[in-house]
Design a protein. Sequence first.
Length: 666
Amino acid sequence: MSEMFKISLPDGSVREMPEGSTPADVAAAIGPGLAKAALAAKVDGEMVDLSRPFTGDAELALVTGRDEEEALELARHDFAHVLAEAVQALWPGTQITFGPATDDGFYYDVMAPASREPFGMDDLPAIEEKMREIIKADKPLRREVWTREDLIAKWKADGEQFKAEWAAELPEGEDLTVYWSGEDWLDMCRGPHLPSTGKLDPQAFKLMRVAGAYWRGDQKNAQLTRIYGTGWLNKKQLNAHLTRLEEAAKRDHRKLAGEMDLFHLQPEAHGSVFWHPKGYVIWRELEAYMRRAIDGAGYREVKTPQVMDARQWEQSGHWGKYRENMFVIPDEVPNTEDEGPLVSDDADWMALKPMNCPAHVLIFRQGIKSYRELPLRLYENGCCHRNEPHGALHGLMRVRQFTQDDAHIFCREDQIVDEVQAFCELANRVYQDFGFSYSIKLALRPDNRIGSDDLWDKAEQELRDAVERAGLASDEYGWEELPGEGAFYAPKLEWHLTDAIGRTWQVGTIQSDRMLPERLDASYIGEDGEKHRPVMLHRAIFGSYERFIGILIEHFAGKLPVWLAPVQAVVATIVSDADAYAQDVTAKLKAAGVRVETDLRNEKINYKVREHSLKKIPHLLVVGKREAEEGTVAVRTLGEQQQKMMSLDEAIAMLKGEATAPDLKS
């Protein structure tokens, strides 16, 4: 008689199942509806196939389409396998390598057979059709365990040199798992998978693009073709995603920057931004706004060197952690007429700063500090450089030269919660002024960390307490704790902004640091007359000016709030008889503090309207002979169909109000 296992379900019930039973058997025992809906299972917290037999008493949770995160991961993994099967069915001799799920889809790296060129965009429709054919065939996905030797032999016999190479590097004696699709195609995979290809929606995926990829990411190895796709649970989700992509393309800050004449990038300064006058207006408005915010919050602004001795970075610990991303220079270069190497072996090294914190510690160390002087809040619009990989650079979103709205708060242990609470309240006001909703995350201790568990317990609880006291630790603010995602030396709070099309951007952060003051020997004199280490709070709200401006441009699709718009209004004439009046209107608007231009060109007004709309000018004030006689203007507001007739005084008052930064409005 077979042994009976006790299977505990999430509702608290327990079912006894005979040895050899599977999660699929439990689903069937509960009811036909669940048996049909089940996609996979969590057995003692581990995701497994429905067909995996239990090995003893276990806790079971069945995964269905309602468990969207897990279901999407499974579906995208299966779409990748179906993609590889389709390519090999269409072009025998194709070699397959790896095909993981991604955040919004999947990809698979393949090598085309020698008889044809590498795969391209023209091949995608045929691959999609073959994938749908495989899905509709509802082929069972079946797991098998093979020995390492048998699997290597199988791959070599099939001409799969990449799979054979990978299998050969796995530990000897370890059994490997493969998954069959039907009876005629298999892939090496840990799983889990859906029960069959038919569990996928054939209308819920789309192949997006192809790209080159080196085997195992090494350019010395063979070049493969990476085929990217997006995959979802149903067609509605796919269509929504494609719509988001279309909207994101329209909002691309690089495209809008060209139309609005804000900035440009070029190869002579990879990863650094050439700000045009109009783009720099946005920067200056943000800088002025942030200065008012930090002045009101008791910060003291500083300016620190761009280049510091490498020994300073060694002492701070950044040299070991960030060296490959730092720009380094010798502190002595021979005269160009000297012979020999440009840099001698014994040259000392300097580095462009990748961050501002060590320099702020050096300022703190100047002079003896008393406990009465704390907290000391040092702020810097600090220009930093990081040698990001060339392929990772992306417009303003990832650059090599950037400026942080960076500050460090040096405080006593008993001041931490108050200071973090004050920062939470400051960040909340700033994000509300820009119209962003956000969520707050607490990134907790990682496995690889320094410091005792007691110290981590204390640091994490301090951040929790501060957020709770600020009234932000609620579902309204998306409060969430993220195990394992803190820095190696401290936990941190993160602010994730949500933009107009639902994307999230991690910008603001604050974290406590007890390590850097120790490394750089920062101290203050306590009430007891003894030396004590301050706690250092690293914090930022924008993150970097470059990235925050990129986010703003995409969030508003270029239609920036009037107070941030580089040009807030254009006065455009219908006829040349109104030129003098247009210039008078412009002068009065400038006197009221409005950034305004005049368009007196001999062009039709519809042409002018289209052109200034493309440049995202918030207001176009149209004047003709009648407006000049009556002292009025016809106001065309960006995004609105109807123009409004106003007196000049009304228009000036409206524009002056809209051109005022939100923190300056009464």
